[in-house]
Design a protein around this ligand. Structure first.
Ligand SMILES: Cc1cc2nc3c(=O)[nH]c(=O)nc-3n(C[C@H](O)[C@H](O)[C@H](O)COP(=O)(O)O)c2cc1C
Length: 351
């Protein structure tokens, strides 16, 4: 019996297994629109047996894009392409989520391969809780006013409505990796003197407000996930203890899954990745906050993923780069481990 390949039901949605394709920017959209690349890329992972595919960071505002080639959900016209991906992947047995994102001070308005060419990185329109640049050679973002905060919340609301229209099975709020919401959470990037800065309660306020909007807009049956950077990996930054406290609050607000990544808020961070390096975060948050978690980060083998789920260290396992190397990763893992799973009818002769 494989725990990894067992179903999991969250709210009204049943996932065929615990294997998640982690959100990964493809830098293949023009003006935010889904391209043929996205269709082929995501549908391949559905054929390959993923239980859940989370679409890459998708911008809720044009000024909140990580690059000029990000997917967007800031226009009604974006819905049609997104719906096509959802329908296709669902027909192939996968569930499909979308990661809603705002890049904050790390917003850039040129393709990623031009980053090295620009003199000063960052978009001129970038906004952030406090006017602190990401690093040397980065533009200083404009400090958000109360009006800006309300505007961005309204953008999330509209994006959520569009995500519902497109038919997504799950929505993930991107509150990690040094982007806008993480910039509110971390004392390294939030120096505000108003009710959005200072104490823990104030720094988590913006995320909780976004989560409340999400729960208002999503059907009761749709699961909600939040990706956090469980630690900043920098002295004086956000801590694992704060993540545990935050996870308890998120659970109370109706968040079903905490997706546990880490870092990328500061150029000062010093840490080395190693297999499963973020799993202890997912494990501790699951145990102490009593909320479902997703583990991610250098999870590359079936044995590793199976160990995480069967020992109750996380409920789901997200895989990034290994899924880029092999779109059929779940099928391969199941075959090598002798686990019987449903294989696409068209491919059965190979099994
Ligand atoms: C090409 C690429 C793009 C990524 N884009 C995103 C993203 O849009 N949102 C996000 O939360 N993480 C993003 N990540 C991080 C991955 O989701 C994942 O957390 C990370 O790669 C660690 O998992 P892995 O070791 O299995 O690759 C990206 C990673 C890669 C390699």
């Amino acid at each position: 019996m494989s725990s990894l390949f067992s179903e999991i039901k969250i709210r009204g949605v049943t996932f065929r297994n615990r294997i998640v394709m982690s959100p990964m920017c493809m830098y293949s959209a023009r003006d935010g629109f889904v391209s043929d690349w996205h269709i082929v890329h995501y549908a391949s992972r559905a054929v390959g047996g993923a239980g859940l595919i989370i679409l890459e960071a998708t911008a809720v505002e044009e000024r909140g894009r990580i690059s000029s080639l990000d997917l967007g959900i800031y226009r009604d016209e974006h819905v049609e392409g997104l719906r096509r991906i959802v329908q296709l992947c669902r027909e192939l047995g996968a569930r499909v989520g979308i990661q809603l994102a705002h890049a904050g001070r790390k917003a850039e308005d040129y393709p990623p391969w031009e980053r090295e060419k620009v003199k000063v990185r960052g978009s001129r329109d970038a906004i952030a809780p406090s006017p602190i640049p990401f690093g040397k050679n980065w533009r200083t973002p404009r400090e958000m006013t109360k009006k800006d905060i309300e505007e961005v919340k309204e953008s999330y609301r509209k994006a959520l409505r569009r995500a519902v229209e497109a038919g997504f099975d799950l929505v993930e709020i991107h509150a990690a990796h040094g982007y806008l919401i993480h910039e509110f959470l971390s004392p390294l990037t939030n120096r505000r003197k108003d009710e959005y800065g200072g104490s823990f309660e104030n720094r988590v306020r913006f995320l909780l407000e976004v989560v409340r909007i999400a729960r208002e807009e999503l059907p009761e049956s749709t699961p909600l996930s939040v990706r956090i950077s469980a630690v900043d990996h920098v002295e004086g930054g956000w801590t694992l203890e704060e993540s545990v406290e935050l996870a308890k609050l998120l659970k109370e607000e109706g968040v079903d899954l905490v997706d546990c990544s880490s870092g990328r808020i500061s150029q000062e961070e010093r840490f080395k990745e190693y297999p499963g390096h973020q799993v202890p975060f997912a494990e501790r948050i699951r145990k102490e906050a009593g909320v479902r978690t997703m583990a991610v980060g250098m999870i590359r083998t079936y044995e590793q993923a199976e160990e995480i789920v069967s020992n109750g260290r996380a409920d789901m396992v997200a895989v990034g780069r290994e899924f880029l190397r092999d779109p059929y990763l779940p099928l391969r893992w199941a075959k090598n481990a002798g686990v019987e799973i449903e294989v696409p009818r068209q491919y059965r002769r190979a099994w």
